[in-house]
Write a protein of this length. Structure first.
Lengths: 245, 245
C-alpha cells in the first residue's frame, strides 16, 4: 500500500461540485472514487486540495489516495483514465509520503477566471467563461486589483470553510489580462474563502463599470465586517489551475 | 410575412446532427423550429445551408424561414435567443429575398478542424478538438494540402449528398496552421461531400505521420474511383465557420 498523488482535470459543467453527496448526485469525488474502485481501490475516501463548487472547472486539482498498485505510476494514470468518464481525466500521478495531505500540505492555490465580451449568447464559449456586456474599464479593474494583493481579512467576500475559522488570507499575486475578446483574472493565494474568487470577480467588474464605486471596494478589503452584497460571478468562468506544495 | 436569414452557432456535442429526425432525437433543426414556434412561427420547415453531422459544431450555419414579425430584426434575434437552449444561439438576423435559399444560394462554405496534441485526455479541450499523439509532420501536411486546392473529383473522400450527384468540388483555399499545442485545418470550397472534411483531415494526418504515403494521398485526389478506407476524424474537432453568398 502506497500513498499516491494525482493531478486531475475536469469540466465541471455536469457535476454537482467536487464533494461526494447523496448517491444520486454526480460529483467529481464520486466519479473519481468509482474509477479507483474499478482498479481495485478499497478505501473509504480520497482527499482533495479543494472542494470546487458545482460547475467550477479544474486543470490542476490534486487528490491523494492509498492504493495497492504493483506497476509504474504512468500505468496508474492510464488505468484511471480508462476508467473515468470523458469529463474527468488524470494528468499525472506520483507517489507521495504517507503524511501528505493535498489540502493541508498545500502552500498556495492558483485560479483563473475567464470573461468573454459579447452582446449575444455564444454556445461555443460560454461553457468556459462568463459572457458580459458592456465592456468594463480594464484600467480601473487593474488599479483596484492591486488593493487585494497581500494579507487581508477577506470576510466581506466569503466565509471560512470550517466553522469558526478565520477569514484572513494572503494573496500572492492577482492580475487582469486582456484577451482578444475578453479578459482573464488570475489569482494565487495561500487559500481562499468559500466563493471568494467569484465574489471578487463580480465586485471588481461592478467597479470596472462604475469607477466611482472604487472606494466602496476598498472599504470591503479594509473592513471585514462589511459584506459584498452584489452578485456572485457564475461558476462556468472559474478554473482551479494549480496547487503548489 | 417575410423571409428571414439567421446566422446561428451551436455546440453540436449534445445533438444528433442538424436535420430533424424522429421526435425523440435532439437535433439543431428540431430545437430551432421549437424556438421559432414559441414566437409564433407556423410553417412546415426551416431551410439550412448545410446539414452538419452529429457532434459537429457551427459558428456560421445559415438558416432561413418565413415569419410574420412586426418588429426589427435585432429583436427577432433577441426573441429567438430567449427561446433557444443554451447550446444554440442566433448571432445575427436579416431580411432576405423570397427566393433566397441558404443552401442553393451559397457560393462557398468555410470549415475549421481543430487538432490538439496531448498524450493524455484533456476534458477541458476535447469537446472542441481531436486529441492526437504523437505529433505529425506539419511540413508534410502543408505540402500535401496544396494538392487538394482547385477543382477535383473528391469521390475518394465521400459521397454526394443527393443520390446520383457528382463528386467534383472546388476547393478555394486550404491550409494547416500551427497553434501553441496543436494545429488547425482551414478549408473553403464551393461545397463538400458527406464527411469530406473529416476524411481529408484523417488522411492528411496519416500522411503527416508516414510521409512515405504521400503518393497514396495524391492518387486519391487524382483517381476518384479509389476510396479512402482509413479512419474518419471525429466530429468534435469540426466547426462550420462561415457560409458565403
Amino acid at each position: 500500500m502506497e500513498t499516491y498523488k494525482s493531478i486531475i482535470a475536469y469540466d465541471g459543467t455536469d457535476f454537482k461540485g467536487f464533494q461526494r453527496q447523496a448517491e444520486v448526485l454526480r460529483t467529481i469525488q464520486g466519479e473519481f472514487e468509482g474509477g479507483l474502485k474499478r482498479i481495485g481501490w478499497k478505501e473509504e475516501s480520497i482527499k482533495a486540495a479543494g472542494r470546487t463548487d458545482a460547475g467550477v472547472h479544474a486543470r490542476g486539482q490534486v487528490v491523494s489516495y492509498v492504493l495497492d498498485w504493483r506497476s509504474q505510476e504512468i500505468n496508474l494514470t492510464k488505468a484511471l483514465n480508462a476508467n473515468l468518464p470523458a469529463d474527468i481525466a488524470v494528468r499525472d500521478t506520483e507517489k507521495a509520503p504517507a503524511h501528505f495531505h493535498p489540502r493541508y500540505s498545500a502552500r498556495s492555490r492558483f485560479y483563473r477566471y475567464a470573461i468573454l465580451f459579447a452582446k449575444n449568447r455564444d454556445p461555443l464559449r460560454e461553457r468556459y467563461s462568463w459572457r458580459i456586456w458592456p465592456i468594463p474599464s480594464f484600467e480601473t479593474m487593474t488599479e483596484i486589483t492591486d488593493w487585494i494583493i497581500g494579507r487581508h481579512d477577506f470576510g466581506a467576500f466569503g466565509n471560512a470553510l470550517a466553522e469558526g475559522g478565520h477569514t484572513v488570507r494572503e494573496v500572492y499575486r492577482a492580475r487582469w489580462i486582456q484577451t482578444m475578446d475578453g479578459m482573464i483574472f488570475e489569482i494565487e493565494a495561500n487559500a481562499f474563502l468559500y466563493r471568494m474568487v467569484r465574489r471578487l470577480v463580480a465586485a471588481m467588474l461592478e467597479v470596472g463599470r462604475q469607477p466611482d464605486r472604487k472606494e466602496e471596494f476598498r472599504e470591503l478589503i479594509r473592513d471585514s465586517s462589511r459584506r459584498w452584497e452584489g452578485r456572485i460571478a457564475p461558476a462556468s468562468g472559474l478554473c482551479l489551475e494549480m496547487v503548489t506544495y
